[in-house]
Design a protein around this ligand. Structure first.
Ligand SMILES: *Cc1c(COP(=O)(O)O)cnc(C)c1O
Length: 415
């Protein structure tokens, strides 16, 4: 894997691409929303389809020459249907945020009411944050997790729904380590006669493999990102019933987007095919086993996990009880210095700022793709704990850095 063709035209970009490849090889990617796609997905995404305009949908395009675009989009749709079992799938959203926008545009009018989880409790910008179009166009109220347990408070959500009377209730999160009980969110939506959007951006792969319960068939709309646990390259997806199919399709195009990114849709098709193989189910199970092993190691070192553990691909560490003087940002920086890349994250009941919050979030999808298992998670957990204990200690960091090098050498990437 080199960038020689780019180099002949543009050495500056080629250098940066080489640098990024090397960075991914030499570091542990533990940002919970990231993963490493296969070379096959990379090739499909970097293909001649980037040249093709295919506005419309398979069989009804606004441009000539779409026979191969049709074939590929149809394959992506069929495979997604097999993976998640929805009646209708739209694979055109450019990203997870665009997928959510498709649902809102389809079902809401400006000023309508959204009830969603607060960002600092694990929600997402596109669920109604004031800095996002959702916060500007719609009337948003936000629920929170139980501050004591870190679990969703389904009873509280239901009461809020009855009181606020939303048009749509949004579930599905960016930093929630526990299994979501979709039926209980549905009960809250039903209590307000509202739609239910389940945004499974992070857990698409876990749901496809059956290691997390599926909201398909429960929620009216299910959206996702295709580059996270499902490992199918950058993009978004919407799943719904036949009843809402036409509304969703016209909200995506022409409502919110122009021509689909057909090269990304080719990546989705290939990634979905890979995810239909039995090995993918084993991968997803290992992702969760790894997150549990990582969490247990961190707890053995005295770190506190929000909700006391995990059922998913991520752990969320609240640094305040064990390290009251260390911010998430300081931990993130010190860990990046040793080659372990994760992100500072807000925690429920956040007392610092979103820019330098009190927690760190660590995910296992990327490391599991490299082939690591529970034994390696213990080593990784040791690195995290030791560096967080002594973020300014050069000797500790040098040792941690050696351990990261050993792990990346033992589990090479993109050979
Ligand atoms: C990652 C994420 C998204 C969307 O992400 P994009 O970056 O727009 O693909 C949407 N919802 C949730 C809950 C997410 O975690």
């Amino acid at each position: 894997m080199n960038h020689e063709t780019v180099r002949a035209v543009d050495p500056a970009v080629a250098d940066a691409l080489d640098g990024e490849l090397q960075r991914q090889r030499d570091t542990l990617a533990m940002i919970a929303s990231e993963n490493h796609v296969s070379p096959a997905v990379l090739e499909a995404q970097g293909s001649v389809l980037t040249n093709k305009y295919a506005e419309g949908y398979p069989g009804k395009r606004y441009y000539a020459g779409c026979e191969y675009a049709d074939e590929i989009e149809q394959l992506a749709i069929e495979r997604a249907t097999e993976l998640w079992g929805a009646e209708h799938v739209n694979v055109q959203p450019h990203s997870g945020t665009q997928a959510n926008m498709g649902v809102y545009l389809a079902m809401l009018d400006p000023g309508d009411k959204i009830l969603s989880l607060d960002l600092s409790h694990g929600g997402h910008l596109s669920h109604g944050h004031p800095a996002n179009f959702t916060g500007q166009l719609y009337d948003v109220k936000q629920y929170e997790v139980d501050p004591e347990t870190g679990y969703l408070d389904y009873e509280g959500l239901r009461e809020m729904a009855e009181e606020f009377d939303p048009d749509i209730v949004v579930s599905g999160y960016s930093a929630y380590p526990r299994e979501v009980e979709w039926e209980r969110v549905q009960a809250a939506a039903d209590a307000a006669d509202a739609y239910h959007l389940a945004d499974i951006a992070h857990i698409t792969g876990l749901v496809a493999a059956g290691v997390h319960e599926s909201p398909v068939g429960v929620a009216d709309f299910v959206t996702g990102s295709t580059h996270k646990t499902i490992r199918a390259g950058r993009g978004g997806i919407i799943m719904t019933s036949e009843e809402h199919a036409d509304d969703v399709d016209s909200a995506v195009f022409p409502g919110g987007q122009g021509g689909p990114l057909m090269h990304n849709i080719a990546g989705k098709a290939v990634g979905f095919k890979e995810a239909l193989e039995p090995e993918f189910d084993e991968y997803a199970e290992q992702v969760v086993d790894n997150a549990k092993a990582l969490g247990e190691t961190l707890e053995d070192h005295g770190l506190e996990l929000v909700s006391g553990g995990t059922d998913t691909h991520l752990v969320l560490v609240d640094l305040r009880p064990s390290h009251p003087d260390t911010t998430g940002g300081e931990a993130e920086d010190a860990l990046e210095e040793v080659g372990l890349v994760l992100n500072a994250n807000t925690v429920p009941g956040e007392t610092r700022s979103p820019f330098n919050p009190s927690g760190i979030r660590a995910g296992t999808p990327g490391l599991t793709t490299r082939g690591m298992g529970e034994a390696e998670m213990e080593r990784v957990g040791d690195v995290i704990a030791r560096v967080v204990d002594a973020p300014d200690d050069g000797d500790v960091k040098a040792e941690a850095s050696d351990e990261v090098d050993a792990l990346t050498d033992e589990f090479p990437l993109y050979e």
